[in-house]
Design a protein around this ligand. Structure first.
Ligand SMILES: [Zn+2]
Ligand SMILES: [Zn+2]
Length: 172
């Protein structure tokens, strides 16, 4: 997704506690789609949505499953998401604000964190997203992509609140 902008990839420290499994209070250890155990060399993505400080949704997707999902997205949506990321993503912002617009997120009613990891390390800085940016990004998606993503979430994490808008996974 980031094309040649590989400058963000590298070692960004251990996966922080706020991105651990809330249920187990420990790091995630398997992909929630294919249930494969995540080894020290495996790349995967974590997404976690919060209401104020409480985690209301979390998903862990290995790279293979993330790529399989992205293959269902329309070409227009992928182009729109990529443009959105390239125009707004700013890793120079402090970690407690939205990485896209700078809005303060701590304690806000709806916000999410995403991270791309390998083993127990972050390979990109954690991305914070406020509710407004979530909506902006959702607005970039075609109907087909929105449905593919919705089906994917419902298959993977049944019973999540219907009004929870989530950004598509980052493996594009
Ligand atoms: Zn998987
Ligand atoms: Zn924002």
């Amino acid at each position: 997704m980031f094309g040649d902008e590989t400058m963000f990839f590298g070692d960004h420290g251990e996966v922080p506690r706020k991105l651990w499994s809330s249920q187990r209070n420990a790091p995630f250890r398997e992909c929630m789609v294919c249930n494969r155990a995540l080894g020290p060399e495996d790349c995967y993505e974590i997404q976690k949505a919060f209401n104020k400080r409480e985690a209301v949704f979390e998903i862990v997707v290995c790279m293979e499953c993330g790529l399989a999902l992205a293959a269902e997205y329309s070409r227009e949506s992928i182009a729109a998401i990529t443009a959105f990321m390239q125009q707004r993503l700013d890793f120079s912002r402090p970690p407690e604000v939205c990485t896209f617009c700078g809005a303060v997120m701590g304690g806000a009613p709806s916000q999410s964190l995403s991270a791309v990891c390998r083993g127990d390390r972050l390979i990109m800085p954690v991305i914070g997203m406020c509710a407004e940016c979530e909506e902006r990004l959702q607005g970039c998606l075609s109907e087909k992509t929105r449905r593919a993503h919705e089906d994917f979430i419902n298959r993977t994490v049944p019973g999540i609140p219907a009004d929870l808008d989530l950004a598509p996974v980052l493996f594009l």
